[in-house]
Write a protein that binds this ligand. Structure first.
Ligand code: HSE
Length: 428
């Protein structure tokens, strides 16, 4: 009886959960495939770590025990990092093994050469777990929604920052305190830079944009701003505008050009993504046939991520037992240009400290008008020492025009400083 033999590269929280899930649900997998899935080797960095659920004889320090084992059908890369992961994935494909990877860092930069080698060797490269853990978006976009042309993908794709922003909104606490709590709870890493500065989300939106628009988008194409400058005052003003602030990944194709960005975004409280709280992820899509779709669920963690990894192993298992005629991993048949951030259109939020004098608001309004920026709404708060804080929302405008207006406003003698700028999304 054929077995689907799996070698794991990595045995952290995800690798351990992959092993445990395969043991737990083996009866179902056997019934669906008519073959057993067997993990035959697991590559680890240290043999000393306690792994109570994993038989010791499966563990090895040598990646070649997986990559060069003729019997292994599927190599599952759950080790993270880029350089070794890339070498191992390429070697696995060269050695005629199908690949499953959970590695967004790898796929957001080296997707193309990995797919090309997979196509050449006629081996599948599946990466459902690389974006938003358990949310079934990659296979869904590549397969079930392939009948559509997708023009927008937008989402909350980083749980750590969503936890932080939710706490800041609900409890009025500053970012550094909430970050500390997130670290204590194990949601945020000791070095939180990749999450807080938006780099984790940038990798995920690059992958989502590539598969949604069928054009290659890599990490360097993504405009990235993190949440580190969000102040409690911004959250309070957002509330006054009946809005909240979320770190969004946004990718849009428009007039044959792609815009792809990650930044904190003001969204109205009645927006579907405004209600996605704590560590939850959500991904919203627009397509020409399905209209709109939203996926909501756990974007990280051992078992939610293993859910996606093992789903990919099952897809490969089916393919091994009943091969499709020709494997084509890469679905990027277009080569669309990427817009610069200056070319992107958005609504804007701008907060500034000004002199509390007659005519100040009208001078600011004039600078906006000179740059074709239309004002949507204004909040003014009186401060001590004849100062006032002004917060404005604009209508939709090209970023270049808005930034020119900002420079003009900063040069006004009655404006002390522009303290914050945020982009704002009105529609879904
Ligand atoms: N650190 C990520 C997050 C999970 O906070 O969502 C892994 O991509």
């Amino acid at each position: 009886m054929k077995k689907i033999k799996v070698g794991l590269l990595g045995c952290g929280a995800v690798g351990t959960s992959v092993y445990e899930l395969i043991q737990k649900n083996q009866d179902k997998y056997y019934a669906l495939l008519g073959a057993e899935i067997e993990v035959v080797k697991i590559v680890v960095h240290s043999l000393d770590k306690k792994r109570p659920s994993i038989p010791n004889q499966l563990l090895t320090l040598d990646p070649n025990e997986v990559l060069e084992d003729q019997d292994i059908d599927v190599v599952v890369e759950v080790m993270g990092g880029i350089t070794d992961a890339k070498d191992y994935v390429l070697k696995a494909l060269k050695n005629k093994k199908h690949v499953v990877t959970a590695n967004k860092d790898l796929m957001a930069v080296y997707g193309q050469p990995i797919f090309e080698l997979g196509d050449q060797e006629q081996k599948l490269v599946l990466f459902e777990a690389s974006v938003a853990g358990a949310l079934p978006v990659i296979g869904t976009i590549k397969n079930d929604l392939a009948s559509n042309k997708i023009n927008k993908v937008m989402g909350i794709i980083n749980g750590t920052t969503n936890f932080i922003l939710t706490k800041m909104f609900d409890e009025g606490l500053p970012l550094d305190l909430v970050l500390k709590e997130a670290q204590d709870l194990g949601y945020a890493e000791a070095d939180p830079t990749a999450d807080v500065e938006g780099l984790d989300a940038a990798r995920k939106i690059a992958i989502l944009a590539s598969i949604s628009f069928n054009t290659r988008v890599v990490l360097d194409d993504v405009y990235v701003e993190g949440i580190s400058k969000i102040a409690t005052d911004d959250i309070e003003y957002a509330k006054q505008f009946k809005s909240t602030i979320k770190l969004l990944g946004i990718a849009i194709v428009n007039d044959g050009k792609v815009e792809v960005r990650v930044h904190p975004t003001l969204i109205p409280l009645n927006h579907p993504l405004a209600k996605v709280d704590d560590v939850y992820n959500a991904i919203y899509l627009e397509g020409d046939a399905f209209g709109d779709l939203t996926f909501l669920g756990k974007g990280a963690g051992g078992f939610p991520t293993a859910s996606a990894v093992v789903g990919d192993i099952l897809t490969i298992g089916k393919n091994i037992l009943n091969p499709v005629s020709k494997i084509k991993n890469c679905t990027c048949y277009l080569d669309l240009p990427i817009k610069t951030i200056k070319q992107v259109e958005s609504h804007y939020y701008i907060r500034m400290i000004v002199a509390d004098e007659t005519g100040v608001l009208s001078k600011i309004a004039s600078v906006f008008a000179e740059n074709n920026v239309s004002i949507d709404s204004v909040i003014q708060k009186k401060l001590a020492n004849k100062k006032a804080e002004l917060v404005l929302l604009t209508d939709r405008v090209e970023e270049d025009n808005f930034m020119k207006a900002k420079v003009g406003i900063e040069s006004l003698i009655t404006v002390d400083s522009v303290t914050s700028i945020l982009r704002s999304e009105k529609e879904n």
